[in-house]
Design a protein around this ligand. Sequence first.
Ligand code: ATP
Ligand code: MG
Length: 215
Amino acid sequence: MNVALFGGTFDPVHLGHLAAARAAMKCFALEQVHFVPASLPPHKRNRPLTAFAHRFAMIALACAGSPHLVPSLLEWSDDISAQLNYSILTVRKMASKLSGGDRLYFLLGADAFRDVAHWYQPAELLDSCDFIIVSRPGFPIAEIEKVIPAELQGGPVTDTSVRLRRTTLHLLNTITADVSSSAIRRAAAEGKSVHGMVPDAVAEYIEKLRLYQNG
Ligand code: ATP
Ligand code: MG
């Protein structure tokens, strides 16, 4: 089976995430897309995150009714000191749960991929599995190869893929919703409705729990 790991802060999960997951599912015949909320993402420690429980609950609501979208606790740990989560470790954890014939992809947006060289052990990560990189409004996937460390570049670059020394980056130039978690947090903080940016059940959850209202 083809499986993708979709990591992020998901604070909150929104229609852009779902559009990206669905586009990847269709294009790569994915049986499962695992939404993996980070419990303490290394690159976002300057901003206080909404509690993991809320972010996970919203993912569970967003995935409800879609058998192929799976809320994942892969990066969760009860042990506060163990909450530094790095993508390479998450990929290894996920890979260890799969069987021989399964194929694992790492799904992410073009904006996130642009930072990949600054992630923990980027070479090991890029060697570990194929990537699916989705375009995002404001972040076209042209120029993706510019951020790849030279020693990893492995071969031909086409409109839809970049061959690295061990793996392939698949470029999905799909149109996803022009929505971001930051815009949702801002809207909620200003007392505006977030309907139309997140699934209805998530909008309801944000309103009921009064998330994001203090900034
Ligand atoms: P924030 O504004 O807080 O950074 P975000 O909307 O970027 O939130 P993240 O949780 O940071 O959401 O993103 C998780 C993953 O989803 C990243 O790989 C990101 O590139 C991707 N992503 C987020 N929004 C979109 C979108 N509208 N289209 C395609 N990919 C997206
Ligand atoms: Mg982001």
